[in-house]
Design a binder for this molecule. Sequence first.
Ligand code: XLS
Ligand code: MG
Length: 344
Amino acid sequence: MAGTYRFSFGPWNIHEGADPFGPAVRNSIAFGKKLSMYRNLGFGAVQFHDDDAVPDMNNLKPEQIIKKARAVAKLLKNEGLKAEFVAPRMWEDPRTIDGGYTSNNAANRRYALERSLRTIDIANELGTKLIVLWLAREGTYIRESKDSKLAVERTAEAVNKMLEYDGKIRIAVEPKPNEPMDHTYIPTTGHAVALSLLTCDPDRVGVNIESAHAILAGLDPSDEMGFALAFGKLWTVHLNDQNGLKFDQDKTFGSVDLRRAFNQVRILDKYDYGENGEWVGLDVKAMRTQKAPAVKHLTNSREIFLRLLKVSRSLDDSKMDKMIKERDYEELDRYIIESLMGGK
Ligand code: XLS
Ligand code: MG
């Protein structure tokens, strides 16, 4: 329970502030410039979407993609950074309009798989074996448009093809219950773990738990983490916060519900998260009102994590055990709140 933590985020977390109702409000920061900011902000690894690493990859041949990814690997090395994972961005191309692996159109399903294999090529060049699958459009707007049994089978089949393509990669499924879809097929950690059991190599399929996604499913993120830990499947996290059931807000970690954040830190620390090389990933969005360069949401999230870690480690376990033994949960409740307020 005394590990140190290493932090990561994706370049999309430094963004221009556009939302569905208004345009960008900050100038773009070039990818190379973003990379040069990581270390100063306290981060050691980059999370990638495939086209963060190789823009315009749909118009490139596999060999060209590999060559471009190799150049990015050099940039990372120069900055002293690691690549944590690569995730296929499968929600923007017209061929993924009805989902990728679960699309009703066979040619579009083939595209989704092809794209996923190219993601694996990129990951190999960047020196990571972790692939994240946020199954953004694998769901429905209306129930009758797809067959939910077939959709899950097709998802497992696509995962199998990826596992077969590269015998070393590991796939972390990132569940989310809705948005952009009305409902998705893999909404929670339990679904993701169950999906792994349908694949040809369950040991190589785990999860990426995003706090806000769990909250949107009406669940507690720390319990979701505990569930994944019980299966040895918590391979990365996307820490952030969320104010109720609305669009995915990606708020600064701990900024809405400090206690909920504390419990995430606590369970990660209790079970030595990071011991097997896992990174503490953030998926946070700067407020649209923020001036450029908007990075405080990243440094604040990291600092809040570390402060909560201190609180968690300062708790008197024997005191807590006694309260639990006596079933005095009111006192336990007060002790936690008091500690979060800085003690007496
Ligand atoms: C969106 C997701 C996405 C994944 C990676 O909500 O957080 O960015 O983490 O594909
Ligand atoms: Mg995420």
